[in-house]
Design a binder for this molecule. Structure first.
Ligand SMILES: Cc1cc2nc3c(=O)[nH]c(=O)nc-3n(C[C@H](O)[C@H](O)[C@H](O)COP(=O)(O)OP(=O)(O)OC[C@H]3O[C@@H](n4cnc5c(N)ncnc54)[C@H](O)[C@@H]3O)c2cc1C
Length: 380
């Protein structure tokens, strides 16, 4: 009897990189890729910098599914949405067919959180988390359009910079009193807020959108403050959350993501997970929705799937905030670390513990070039 294939669910960075890493060790075992999207590869971080790069949505695609599948000896089933798992039978159920697996890799990312909004145009609010979302945004954006962005977090600020830099009129609404409030020490938000303001971004902080209605061909966004903003587009960037309900129902242990051990194995020994959907034991039970953790996890998983069980060990992984108006590089302390932010130089902040150890840093503007030096602070 032939062995059931390794089935990989999801064709984002986690899915394709896992396959590439596995193929470095094993070129023969059948691999099947199942994905709700087209399967084409693209660098997701470029979605929020495409205007600055002078690229259209189409130009961001850097690998066609058919070409990748051929070069990696993979059978690709695109536009196939999975909704069920039968762990005992090792079956993945989708809207097109049932796939039997020897090992299953869950690489299905996370879903945009959607706020319940009032108004007859609430369904016009866009979230950009996949290439197809971005293609739709570009299709709808007319030159000079007025765009309201919900959320002044990492993705909201990056889009604000890219769109304002490209000549769009950008408004950002957030319940916090400053941008990147959840990530930055207070003093570090100010230069970012200033720089994006200088670029034309209008801030509506300590505020939130309550409804979005049609107003002729445009939209009218009502804010909690009572203000009504006529806009052409509303973009929601308030965060992502893995859709684990159906996986938990199938019997997999889930919390904020699918729980995985140090070898990326879920509570079922034949099922693995990585990427935005995973909550990693190797990261102190955290989700790590960034590129670097995926590259690290995929390398370990490739070896594990090929028969050499390998623990994933995450190095310190600073995150670059791609806001060229005031770029930032962050390495945040582990949650619960006691200490405070200090600044001894302009646009440099260190998170210091009471015994004088540096456990995190934020570099802003030109200081982002000091990355190597800052990494040494964490090592000492
Ligand atoms: C605009 C933006 C900018 C970013 N910039 C940075 C950055 O600068 N640096 C950084 O480190 N990180 C950045 N990130 C985060 C980083 O891009 C993500 O962590 C990473 O791309 C997630 O990859 P993934 O493969 O886990 O998920 P995804 O890329 O979301 O892929 C998930 C795949 O699963 C498929 N799928 C989902 N559900 C199902 C289902 N039920 N059935 C079948 N298929 C399904 C989807 O179609 C998709 O193919 C950014 C994210 C965004 C949105």
């Amino acid at each position: 009897m032939t062995e059931a294939p390794v089935v990989v669910l999801g064709s984002g960075l986690a899915g394709w990189t896992s396959i590439k890493e596995f193929r470095k060790h094993d070129s023969q075992t059948p691999v099947v890729l199942v994905t709700a999207s087209s399967g084409d590869a693209y660098p997701k971080p470029a979605l929020s910098t495409a205007f600055a790069q002078g690229k259209s949505a189409q130009q961001l695609v850097n690998g066609l599914a058919a070409d990748l599948a051929a070069s990696l000896n993979v059978q690709c089933h695109a536009h196939s949405h999975a909704h069920g798992l039968h762990l005992a039978k090792r079956e993945l159920h989708t809207d097109t067919q049932v796939f039997t697996y020897s090992r299953l890799v869950l690489a299905l990312g996370a879903e945009p959180i959607r706020l319940p909004l009032d108004g007859d145009a609430a369904d016009r609010v866009l979230s950009v988390n996949q290439w197809a979302d971005y293609a739709l945004l570009r299709e709808r954006l007319q030159p000079g359009a007025k765009v309201l962005i919900m959320g002044a977090g990492l993705i909201g600020c990056e889009f604000a910079n890219d769109l304002a830099g490209a000549g769009f009129q950008v408004h950002v609404v957030d319940p916090a009193t400053r941008p990147l409030a959840a990530l930055l020490p207070e003093a570090a938000s100010a230069p970012l807020q200033q720089a994006l303001g200088d670029l034309g971004v209008v801030w509506h902080l300590n505020n939130r959108v309550t409804s979005v209605s049609h107003q002729g061909p445009a939209l009218l966004a009502h804010l909690h403050s009572g203000e009504a903003l006529p806009v052409d587009m509303v973009l929601s960037a308030i965060g992502l959350r893995p859709d684990t309900a159906w996986l938990a129902q199938a019997g997999l242990a889930c919390d904020r993501g699918v729980l995985v051990n140090h070898q990326l194995q879920t509570s079922d020994p034949h099922v693995y997970a990585l990427g935005d959907v995973a909550q990693y034991a190797s990261a102190g039970d955290r989700v790590l929705p960034y590129v670097m953790p995926i590259m690290t996890a995929a390398r370990a998983l490739g070896a594990t799937l090929a028969g050499t069980p390998t623990d994933v060990v995450f190095p310190v992984m600073p995150v670059a905030v791609k806001t060229p108006a005031f770029a930032l590089l962050l390495a945040l302390p582990e949650p619960g670390t006691a200490g405070q932010w200090q600044s001894s130089e302009e646009h440099v902040w260190q998170f210091m513990t009471d015994d004088g150890r540096c456990r995190g840093f934020v570099l802003g503007g030109k200081q982002t070039a000091q990355r190597a030096k800052a990494m040494q602070w964490l090592a000492s």
